[in-house]
Ligand binder design. Structure first.
Ligand code: NAD
Ligand code: DAU
Length: 334
């Protein structure tokens, strides 16, 4: 049976990779992409499929109850990516994070409930807080301990999704994933910022002592995990998804410098992020045992592919970095 899917936030980094993945894998399915085109949403990510008759873009807000209801009654699956996603921005101003991540999720859940639609919620490992050097890895039973406004907003949305399962029996699943990287990632995040800065001959701003640890996953591996959860995951369950690739930020930086033939003099140690979590790492044995998922792309291979993508797609990120992007959309969108 073919599906009609609502993908929210499909013009962002993971959402656009997911739409490409999905239409390749399930060419008979129909995908509706609802995206507000905030600073992070970019229709250039989807240019190659804009004329695909099974793909439709709707410019709009997940907080818009009537619009969301109109779309949800046409679909049989919702995969919910739309969110404010950058921790540093949430530290400067958390208002949009509460609005889109919490209220937006509530609006979608209510529409899903009215029409009894299967709902998959994309979340983050940041809801679990901070790991010490000898702590066990995050898993599905790790208590929530969000410590940035971003992760607090994602934790609130996760709790709402769980509550709609327990209270209203809405058929939901949740995935909590570690740091993604790959093509189309907005150049404010560590890897694309550093790669594009180096192409431009600029230094790379490493926070604090560079010893914070993240667990990196190539974006296509994440898309495959979501596919499996949507099709075979147990309703009401949470799945932790990770790359099994713990690296300090300094290790990542050195790997990028090496791939780009740049010297370590290009590192500029800058003031630390306030409340900067020291370490995240995921135990993905549940999804491995239940759904036979594990990462397929090795970090060295994924990083090399990513660096090449940014080298080959300078127009994509130069427009964003120059600010021309916003002007382009102000002119082209209603
Ligand atoms: P992103 O910032 O690149 O994209 C977010 C998209 O959501 C943008 O296209 C934006 O326009 C859209 N959006 C924001 N508010 C909206 C609203 N009110 N209505 C409609 N659209 C709206 O984010 P990303 O990195 O692709 O992350 C996608 C999801 O995955 C988020 O929920 C994030 O919390 C989660 N996540 C991200 C990572 C990661 O490493 N990037 C890891 C784990 C989980
Ligand atoms: O763990 C999953 C999360 O990963 C997602 O939920 C978030 O949406 C996503 O943005 C990402 O959050 P991080 O804060 O880990 O990603 P970011 O790329 O902003 O930073 C990665 C690490 O690099 C972090 O320890 C901070 C550091 N950093 C980041 C930037 C932008 C720097 O040292 N310098 C920088 O300029």
């Amino acid at each position: 049976m073919s599906n009609t899917i609502l993908v929210t936030g499909g013009a962002g980094f993971i959402g656009s990779n997911f739409i490409h993945y999905w239409l390749r894998r399930y060419p008979e399915d129909k995908v509706i992409n609802l995206d507000l085109l905030t600073y992070a949403g970019n229709l250039d990510n989807l240019k190659d499929i804009e004329n695909n008759s099974n793909y439709k873009f709707v410019h709009g807000d997940i907080c818009d109850t009537n619009l969301v209801d109109d779309i949800v009654k046409e679909v049989n699956l919702i995969v919910h990516f739309a969110a404010e996603s950058h921790v540093d921005r949430s530290i400067m101003n958390s208002a949009d994070f509460i609005r889109s991540n919490v209220e937006g999720t509530r609006v979608l859940l209510d529409a899903a409930r009215r029409h009894n639609i299967r709902f998959h919620h994309i979340s983050t490992d940041e809801v679990f807080g901070d790991l010490g050097p000898n702590d066990p890895l995050f898993n599905e039973s790790t208590p929530y301990n969000p410590r940035s406004p971003y992760s607090a907003s994602k934790a609130a949305s996760d709790y709402l999704v769980r509550a709609y399962f327990h209270t209203h029996k809405l058929p939901i699943t949740i995935s909590n994933c570690s740091n993604n990287y790959g093509p189309y990632q907005f150049p404010e995040k560590l890897i694309p910022l550093f790669v594009t800065n180096l192409i431009e001959g600029k230094k790379v701003p490493l926070y604090g002592d560079g010893q914070n640890i993240r667990d990196w996953l190539y974006v296509e591996d994440h898309c495959r995990a979501i596919d499996l959860i949507v099709h075979k995951g147990r309703i009401g369950e949470t799945y932790c998804v990770g790359g099994g690739t713990e690296k300090t930020n300094l290790e990542i930086t050195k790997a990028i410098l090496k791939l780009m033939g740049a010297s370590e003099d290009m590192i500029e140690y800058v003031k630390d992020r306030p409340g900067h979590d020291r370490r995240y790492a995921i135990d993905f044995s549940k999804i491995k045992n239940e759904l036979d998922w594990e990462p397929q792309v090795k970090f060295e291979e994924g990083l090399a592919k990513t660096v090449n993508w940014y080298k080959e797609n300078k127009k994509w990120w130069r427009r964003i970095k120059s600010g021309e992007y916003q002007k382009y959309y102000d002119k082209n969108m209603d």
